[in-house]
Ligand binder design. Structure first.
Ligand SMILES: Cc1cc2nc3c(=O)[nH]c(=O)nc-3n(C[C@H](O)[C@H](O)[C@H](O)COP(=O)(O)OP(=O)(O)OC[C@H]3O[C@@H](n4cnc5c(N)ncnc54)[C@H](O)[C@@H]3O)c2cc1C
Length: 372
């Protein structure tokens, strides 16, 4: 069976990897759009602290986080060991004791069904600062042991290379969906028709325009995120936890070699406007330095821009499209795509290859079916 995956961000690269492991003949196409979310995403994997009540979102996000270690081990077995993944824990900051207690209790309650949440402990400001030294000394927190971080760029690259090692072919360029009546027959790439039994649209924030050409209105909007990287030089930051400051939605995390990531803006309605703005930089710095004044003397490295693919609700848009055979959509991952992308991509592969997906995809239908 031949499958074309359009988009090699985390969703598409994961889909190509999973499909090639399932024995499909895979073609992975990408247009290298500026603002690919996967190349800008912070990489926090900690869905249990999100204020999301939707049970379908939670089931998918928790399952995705649970399956991460197996994915990382699988890639390591294929020689892909450099993906920036580490279970470093997270500090959910909360000034007031009653807020810390509320957070702790909620996490402990969720842990019954999600043991991967790991250790949940209240920490004093001094203890939190020992784990993440640039923090304010009074930044008390709840520690979440199971939280991890990953480098989206490296992971997507590793998944695509691993897929190629299983026989997948990578093509560069802008794909257009090719349909024949009620069936997708492949994509056209620079005038060449590449035929396939199924196509997966893992086209991120570009999904609406990709599908519009085939007459489909799938509502995905771009939400710009600007995110800053700062170097702390020779500091050993490799095991510093993620810092989740709460209501503002801003956060900090650390990778190896002194690299700190401070994010991020959430610019709803931005469209695909690929720019770094003074207001974006000011917002990131104000939020980061208020929590971690110790970053003030670091070295500014870069600011990345990514377009989060936002569906009409919190849920990803995942599954076949009614009335158009051979097309599966895998997008709408919003602010949690580096967490959910690997599982989402793998479920999309299963659906596209005609297998029963490991999780019921009905709640994630990209378009309502004829009978609903
Ligand atoms: C600043 C920021 C911080 C984030 N932090 C986190 C985080 O901490 N944790 C977390 O879980 N998530 C986070 N996210 C969210 C996550 O990064 C995204 O949800 C995820 O990367 C989306 O992946 P994707 O594969 O759907 O889309 P993308 O990564 O955008 O990939 C889509 C790909 O499709 C290609 N494409 C589009 N149209 C075509 C076409 N016609 N032909 C060929 N190719 C095409 C593009 O070139 C692109 O490469 C963050 C996002 C941002 C922006």
């Amino acid at each position: 069976m031949r499958l074309i995956v359009v988009g090699s961000g985390i969703a598409g690269a994961s889909c190509a990897y999973a499909a090639s492991l399932l024995g499909a003949e895979v073609v992975l196409v990408d247009a290298a759009k500026p603002g690919r979310a996967t190349a800008a995403g912070a990489g926090i994997i900690c869905p249990w602290s999100a204020q999301v009540a939707d049970p379908a979102w939670r089931a998918l996000a928790y399952a995705a986080a649970r399956e991460y270690p197996a994915l990382i081990d699988g890639l390591a077995g294929l020689g892909e060991t450099d993906v920036g993944y580490r279970r470093v824990g997270a500090l959910a900051l909360a000034e007031r004791e009653e807020d810390r207690e509320r957070i702790r209790q909620a996490l402990v309650a969720r842990r019954a069904a999600a043991p991967e949440i790991g250790e949940v402990t209240e920490l004093s400001g001094a203890d939190a600062q020992r784990l993440f030294p640039p923090l304010r000394a009074d930044a008390a927190a709840v520690y979440i042991g199971g939280a991890a971080r990953v480098d989206g760029r490296k992971l997507a690259g590793a998944l695509a290379r691993a897929a190629v090692r299983q026989g997948a072919v990578v093509r560069d360029g802008e794909a257009q969906l090719a349909r024949d009546g009620g069936r997708v027959v492949g994509v056209s790439l620079g005038g060449e028709l590449i035929e396939a039994d199924a196509v997966v649209a893992a086209t991120g924030a570009w999904t609406s325009s990709f599908l519009q050409a085939a007459g489909l209105a799938v509502p995905v909007e771009a939400q710009r995120g600007q995110i800053m990287h700062i170097s702390l030089g020779a500091a050993d930051t490799s095991r510093w936890p993620v810092v989740l400051p709460g209501a503002s939605g801003h956060y900090l995390l650390a990778f190896d070699n002194g690299r700190i990531v401070a994010g991020a803006t959430r610019e709803t309605g931005s469209g695909l406007d690929y720019r770094i703005t003074p207001a974006g930089l000011a917002e990131i710095l104000e939020q980061a330095l208020a929590v971690a004044p110790g970053l003030a003397d670091g070295t500014y490295l870069e600011t990345r821009i990514g377009f989060r693919p936002m569906g009409p609700g919190i849920r990803p848009l995942l599954g076949p499209v009614p009335g158009l055979n051979g097309l599966v959509v895998a997008t709408g991952l919003g602010a949690s795509g580096l967490t959910m992308g690997p599982l989402t991509g793998s479920l999309a592969a299963q659906a596209a290859l005609g297998l029963a997906p490991a999780i019921d995809l009905k709640p994630f239908a990209p378009l309502p079916g004829p009978s609903s």
